[in-house]
Ligand binder design. Structure first.
Ligand SMILES: N[C@@H](CCC(=O)N[C@@H](CS)C(=O)NCC(=O)O)C(=O)O
Length: 200
C-alpha cells in the first residue's frame, strides 16, 4: 500500500499511526496539494491528501474511509469496533476530532492563502472557538474516551498535536485531563510518536 501524504498533515498522520499500530506496511509518497499537475489531482479530484493506493483498487480517501479499510485489511474489529455502541462511539469521536483538525486547518489556510488586506479575524476566531469548545467538552468527559486505540482515539491524538503545531500549546491550560489522556495514548500506541511532524 502506498500513501500520498505530507509530513505535517494530521489526516495523513491518522493513517500512518493506524497502519503502524496494525502492523500494515505502508510506502509513503509525498503529494503536493498546490500543484495541479500532481497525480494526486487524478487520484482524488478534491485535491486533498491523504490518498491510499492499494493495488488495482480505486484510490481511497478520505481519512475515515482509509482507516476503515486498514481495519478491514487487518482482519476487522481492531481499531473500528464491531459492537454497535463502541463502533458508533469511535466514529463519533473521529468525526469530532476531524472537525477540530478541519477548523485548525482553516486557520492555517486563512494565513497561508488569503492576502493580509482581506483577512477577517472574526472568521479565524470562529474556527478557534470551535476548537476550544470541542476540547473543553472532551476534557469534561475524558473517562468516556476509554483507553482503547480506535479510529476515534487515533484521530483525537492527531488533532491535539496538530493544535500544538498550528495554534500553540495554550489549549493545554485548563484541559489537564485531556493532557493526561494524550500521555496515556502515547503509551498505548507507540506508532503515534513515530509519525510526529517535523519540528517547525
Ligand atoms: N476530510 C479529509 C480532510 C483532508 C484534508 O483537508 N487534507 C488537507 C491537508 S492536511 C489537504 O489536502 N488540503 C488541500 C486542500 O484543501 O486543497 C480527510 O479526512 O482526509
Amino acid at each position: 500500500m502506498r500513501l500520498r501524504y505530507s509530513p505535517t498533515s494530521p489526516f495523513a498522520r491518522k493513517v500512518r499511526t493506524a497502519a503502524g499500530h496494525l502492523g500494515l506496511p505502508l510506502d509513503l509518497e509525498l503529494a503536493d496539494t498546490g500543484n495541479e499537475s500532481d497525480t494526486l489531482m487524478r487520484q482524488n479530484p478534491l485535491g486533498k491528501l491523504p490518498v491510499l493506493l492499494d493495488g488495482d483498487r480505486a484510490p481511497l480517501f478520505d481519512s475515515p474511509v482509509i482507516l476503515a479499510w486498514l481495519d478491514h485489511k487487518a482482519g476487522g474489529g481492531k481499531i473500528l469496533p464491531t459492537e454497535t455502541d463502541a463502533r458508533f462511539e469511535a466514529m463519533r469521536l473521529e468525526a469530532l476530532a476531524d472537525g477540530i483538525m478541519d477548523a485548525t486547518l482553516l486557520v492555517v489556510y486563512e494565513q497561508r492563502f488569503r492576502p493580509e488586506s482581506v483577512r477577517f479575524d472574526g472568521w479565524t476566531d470562529r474556527q478557534k472557538l470551535k476548537v476550544s469548545r470541542a476540547l473543553a467538552a472532551l476534557n469534561a468527559d475524558v473517562a468516556a474516551l476509554g483507553s482503547a486505540v480506535t479510529t476515534g482515539t487515533i484521530a483525537l491524538a492527531c488533532a491535539l498535536e496538530y493544535a500544538d503545531l498550528r495554534l500553540g500549546r495554550g489549549w493545554r491550560e485548563g484541559n489537564d485531563a485531556l493532557v493526561e489522556w494524550l500521555a496515556a495514548f502515547h503509551a498505548a500506541c507507540p506508532s503515534f510518536a513515530t509519525t510526529a511532524p517535523p519540528a517547525a
